[in-house]
Design a protein around this ligand. Structure first.
Ligand SMILES: Cc1cc2nc3c(=O)[nH]c(=O)nc-3n(C[C@H](O)[C@H](O)[C@H](O)COP(=O)(O)OP(=O)(O)OC[C@H]3O[C@@H](n4cnc5c(N)ncnc54)[C@H](O)[C@@H]3O)c2cc1C
Length: 399
């Protein structure tokens, strides 16, 4: 009998770690890892941090060198796109490559950065920041730019804005909400970062969308805000979020709805196919409601923990359901913000050591801390994760 084979589509954080943890847990069968990106798989977070700042090169951000894949018997098919899944025969079709059979398929196709769908959104000098190619082009462009406009005051937009401002560029940030990183952090923490960015010389414009991007000879020259104000720009960074990369799953008849729908075992509507990482929408456990809320998270923690879970299930025939403490981080102007928990449902915030550059905000629902945000306070962050982890174990035991 031929050996059982796990095929993983996507070799980002989730896909790479599935292969890695499968071997770690003693999976003796075949592992095939496929990605459209040419070369060895790499990490995304340094692209908007160390790499953009010129403190790191792309090769410093790879997960493992090429030899690792050979040593661990992981067949890496890089530079090829999986274009369809034939579920009855358990086969994936790869453009320009022979088909591959799977016993279990893991979809780790990530997310796709939203483009600016406005006239001028595709002018030269307008950048997204999602891949190594984007980061390389953006780093080179920032070096010669004078006036930078960042559209979107979320993590990636602000990391880019901080870098450009520190490099002496004039930087304007357009944010549609009335505060920074509004979807991810509490108001007191937004206000702290507002001060940091203004102190770094950045012009922040809240409640302001973009009406148009203007250009001369095919190159961006200005951005016009929803308030009609025109800002000169020779470089624009678009950081307006990302959507789940679910098209392959949807075309194969798997359930999707702003993400590939999975159950508490991270299985799609086909039990031979799992979906993990940025592309998956999964039930948040433990839950007090009969039908747990489905969430999609874009973070290294989520991708890695889900990869570990799926590897554990496959290698050990495990039957437990997925639950993990969500955590995130970002770094802007030398401030490392670490977030433990999810920012939904909190009704009040308490700030520890307000006024200093090393403090935490705890966000409560009643007496329960739901999320702790820490700036340059790694001990607070680790304590918060430990507390949330202990609660997870306790609630799991009683559910
Ligand atoms: C610039 C940047 C900075 C970030 N900073 C942070 C941070 O500070 N902290 C944090 O927690 N998170 C951060 N993130 C988010 C984090 O990197 C993602 O959540 C994580 O990479 C998700 O892993 P993933 O494997 O699900 O998706 P990805 O890492 O995006 O990988 C998906 C892979 O699938 C491949 N693929 C898709 N479709 C196919 C197909 N049909 N065939 C073959 N291959 C396919 C893609 O080429 C891609 O390589 C950042 C992301 C970016 C872009």
């Amino acid at each position: 009998m031929s050996e059982r084979r796990v095929v993983v589509v996507g070799a980002g954080h989730a896909g790479f770690h599935t292969a890695f943890f499968l071997r770690k847990r003693g999976w003796a069968g075949g592992i095939v890892l496929i990605d459209t990106v040419v070369g060895v798989p790499y990490q995304r977070p340094p692209l908007s941090k160390e790499f953009l700042w010129g403190k790191q090169e792309l090769e410093d951000g790879i997960f493992r060198p090429e030899s690792f894949y050979e040593d661990e018997r992981i067949e890496l098919i890089s530079g090829f796109e999986v274009t369809s899944i034939d579920r009855p025969t358990k086969t994936v079709t790869i453009e320009g490559h022979s088909d591959v059979h799977y016993d279990h398929l893991v979809l780790a196709t990530g997310s796709v950065a939203r483009k600016l769908s406005l006239p001028g959104g595709d002018l030269e000098g307008v950048f997204n920041l999602a891949t190594a190619a984007d980061a390389t082009a953006l780093r080179a462009a920032i070096a010669t730019a004078k006036n930078v406009v960042v559209i979107g005051g979320g993590f990636i937009g602000l990391e880019s804005a901080a870098m450009a401002a520190a490099a002496g560029k004039s930087v304007v940030v357009f944010e549609a909400a009335d505060r920074l990183m509004a979807r991810a952090i509490s108001r007191p923490m937004s206000e702290y970062f507002e001060g940091v960015h203004r102190g770094g010389g950045i012009d922040l414009r809240f409640s302001t969308g973009v009406r148009a991007v203007e250009g001369v000879d095919g190159r961006v020259s200005a951005v016009v805000g929803s308030d009609g104000v025109r800002i000169d720009a020779d470089l624009v960074v678009v950081g307006i979020g990302a959507d789940a990369n679910e098209s392959l799953a949807a075309a194969s008849g798997l359930a999707t709805d702003r993400g590939i729908i999975v159950d508490e075992f991270l299985r799609t509507t086909d039990p031979s196919i799992s979906a993990i990482g940025d592309c998956a929408r999964f039930p948040l456990l433990p839950s007090t409601s009969e039908i747990p809320e489905l969430v999609r998270l874009e973070s290294v923690q989520n991708a890695t923990d889900q990869a570990r879970f799926v590897a554990h299930q496959l290698a050990d025939d495990a039957t437990d359901s997925y639950r993990a403490v969500p955590w995130f981080w970002t770094e802007q102007f030398g401030r490392k913000l670490q977030i433990a928990g999810l920012a939904t449902g909190s009704t009040r915030s308490e700030v520890d050591a307000a006024g200093s550059d090393s403090f935490s905000v705890r966000n409560y629902d009643g007496d329960t801390v739901l999320v702790t945000e820490s700036v340059n306070a790694p001990r607070d962050h680790m304590r918060a994760r430990k507390e949330l982890g202990a609660r997870l174990t306790k609630e799991s035991a009683s559910s």
